[in-house]
Design a binder for this molecule. Structure first.
Ligand code: CA
Length: 227
């Protein structure tokens, strides 16, 4: 599945190598050369992952990571730190600043891709291609297919995204605002009752195999997938 990845790196050759490989793997890439540029881009579009170089011309990557972690808008974005430093002490500092993982230069693009996928699986499982199954309901993100005990079910694109999010976050209650944020993405201005409309459609789509009962309404709070 394609993700929005922000690459913050001041060395043009490395920036290019990373961007080309990520795009080739199907991701959308934004490029920043300084922390200030990265800040501006994150305000514009919230990336799914940030690949962040440690040594930047304006401030250190670790300082930027710390700042991103303290801001509610960016605190949940997975960060992979790039660095030429290999010492154990530096790794600890990188991880303490809030980075999720750490890749030491020189690295192979393949390794970076694998790390990105691992971080997404851990931090944002709804962005990966893994097939998920809960109580006989199966969702295959790569094939864009949903089936209930082997019977294919027909879902609209928004219902598919909603179900994918619920299935990767079972047993947790999400408010309408949180669902808008996670499923529709931020910067999208949709009314809260739109969520109810799509929940209703999702339940209808799951009805033929009885899986509509998995989507629970939690009075006064929102919705939950009962796994
Ligand atoms: Ca650098």
């Amino acid at each position: 599945m394609s993700s929005d990845i922000l690459v913050v790196e001041d060395e043009p050759a490395i920036q290019e190598l990373i961007a080309v490989n990520l795009e080739h793997a199907g991701h959308r890439v934004q490029r920043a050369h300084t922390a200030a540029e990265a800040d501006a881009m994150i305000r514009e579009v919230r990336p799914d992952v940030i690949v962040l170089d440690w040594m930047l011309p304006d401030i250190a990557g670790t300082a930027l990571a710390r700042r991103l972690r303290s801001d509610t808008r960016s605190k949940d974005i997975p960060i992979i730190m790039l660095t030429a430093r290999a010492q154990e002490r530096d790794k600890v500092e990188g991880l303490e600043s809030g980075a999720d993982d750490y890749v030491t230069k020189p690295f192979s693009p393949k390794e970076l891709l694998a790390r990105i996928k691992a971080v997404l699986r851990r931090r944002a499982p709804q962005l990966t291609d893994d097939t998920i199954e809960i109580e006989g309901l199966q969702l295959d993100p790569a094939a864009h297919r949903v089936s209930g005990r082997g019977n294919e079910l027909q879902l609209g694109p928004t219902e598919f995204k909603l179900l994918h999010f619920f299935m990767t976050h079972p047993e947790r209650v999400y408010s309408r605002v949180q669902l808008l944020d996670h499923v529709w993405g931020d910067h999208v201005f949709v009314e809260e009752r739109t969520v109810d409309v799509h929940i209703r459609r999702l339940r209808q789509a799951l009805e033929p195999t009885g899986h509509d009962r998995l989507i629970e309404t939690v009075r006064g709070s929102g919705y939950r997938l009962h796994g």
